[in-house]
Design a protein around this ligand. Structure first.
Ligand SMILES: Nc1ncnc2c1ncn2[C@@H]1O[C@H](COP(=O)(O)OP(=O)(O)O)[C@@H](O)[C@H]1O
Ligand SMILES: [Mg+2]
Length: 381
């Protein structure tokens, strides 16, 4: 029997929980050729949701393309990767070459086949002659126009997913946003989903003075309702032949701060714990055993994170954990945890948010990684 819980990669259908309304909405919008923005912190399930939406669009006869913007080291590398992803549907090399020659005039595309080696597929596309900023922006215009040309050539609807889209800000300042917006707004036959993991960056990108202002619907992905997630975890334990102690699913969701990634990680490791012991019942003890093992495995990484923090940041991080993220600026909390003045606390909180170690929801702060939270609670003083 395989472990039914999956983390660290896009979740397969069997492990995918809920998201029914979000999936419906995303698929509907993409089918209508909308330009959709999908926003949430990391590890909430954007990429998983996108993968399911694209699969649904493929079943409806659309051609789908998925690119992770943050994985490229330069603007040109991104343009090459994007072009490659768009031509990957075509298997005849001559056709790819002639199609790219016809559609991209500003630069010569070099198309190579590297059978079975690259994880990105057999085709590589490069534009070796592109050098100056001017070359790059001319090329970008043409590459960004490709999805619509593809839809025309293949008489198919095209859906493009640009994941970790906030990384676009790192390429060439603001000009990429302009070029992308200008290209996509006329592409009626192409649905786009721009997914971003840094909510504040993404929200700013959608602001009034920016190219993507009112470009399309915005889906802000929330956490999965805790009770539904807990029930789904229990059900998957049972289905795999392991009976969960009552309340196990709820305890996992709670300990994981209901972060989908952390929920799946704890469930996965608990399941392994039981399985390795050759048992058929999963208990809260198994959960705690799995947690202890995970904390040991991550020890070095957490120590490194801790070392990088200033003393003020360490004290504030501990206070976030011990006070459950509430009232950190109160005189009471500041005295109890020896935090110093309000401005010191505020600066430390801001730095921890910037480092993605904690997040803020309303007046409350929470540690992003639930294992780090447990480690701080147990191993720091
Ligand atoms: N709908 C879901 N049901 C169950 N687990 C999920 C779901 N969405 C995400 N997860 C869990 O969270 C992890 C991170 O999901 P991912 O889609 O990569 O998030 P993001 O793209 O927002 O960073 C997955 O590997 C999986 O363990
Ligand atoms: Mg993702």
């Amino acid at each position: 029997m395989q472990n039914p819980f999956v983390y660290g990669e896009v979740v397969p259908a069997a492990a995918f929980v809920n998201r029914v309304a979000e999936l419906d909405r995303l698929v509907g919008d993409l089918a209508a050729g909308q330009k959709v923005f999908l926003i949430s912190p990391r590890r909430y399930g954007k990429s998983s949701l996108i993968r399911h939406a694209l699969a649904a669009m493929t079943r409806r006869g659309a051609l789908t393309v998925e690119v992770t913007v943050s994985s490229f080291s330069s603007y040109v590398a991104f343009l090459e990767g994007y072009a490659r992803a768009l031509v990957a549907a075509e298997t005849k090399s001559d056709r790819v070459r002639s199609w790219l020659r016809d559609t991209i005039r500003s630069a010569r595309a070099e198309v190579r086949y590297a059978p079975d080696t690259s994880p990105l597929g057999a085709i590589t596309v490069s534009f070796p002659a592109v050098r100056s900023d001017r070359d790059v922006s001319r090329l970008a215009q043409e590459v960004f126009a490709l999805p619509a040309r593809l839809a025309e050539t293949r008489h198919q609807q095209v859906v493009v997913a640009l994941d970790e889209f906030q990384a676009i800000g790192g390429f060439n300042g603001g000009s990429v946003e302009h070029a992308m917006r200008a290209a996509v707004q006329h592409q009626r036959n192409v649905g786009y989903v721009f997914a971003g993991s840094e909510p504040s960056l993404m929200e700013r990108m959608l602001g009034p003075k920016r190219p993507f202002y009112k470009a399309g619907p915005v889906i802000r992905l929330e956490k999965i309702p805790a009770d539904e997630f807990a029930a789904a975890i229990d059900a998957r334990f049972s289905r795999s032949g392991i009976k969960p102690e009552p309340g196990l699913g709820a305890a996992i969701v709670d300990l994981a701060g209901n972060l989908p990634y952390d929920v799946q990680r704890l469930a996965h490791e608990t399941w392994d714990e039981v399985r390795t012991g050759g048992r058929r019942r999963a208990t809260l003890d198994d959960l705690h055993q799995a947690l202890r093992r995970l904390l040991t495995e991550q020890q070095t990484m957490f120590e490194a994170i801790w070392q990088r923090l200033t003393l003020a940041q360490r004290a504030v991080l501990r206070a976030v954990v011990l006070e459950d993220g509430r009232e950190l600026l109160s005189a009471d909390a500041r005295t109890r945890h020896r935090l110093g003045g309000p401005s010191t606390v505020q600066a430390a909180l801001a730095a921890l948010v910037r480092d993605d170690l904690i997040t803020r929801a309303g007046a409350r702060y929470a540690v992003v990684d639930s294992l780090l939270r447990e480690w701080v609670a147990r191993q720091t003083f």
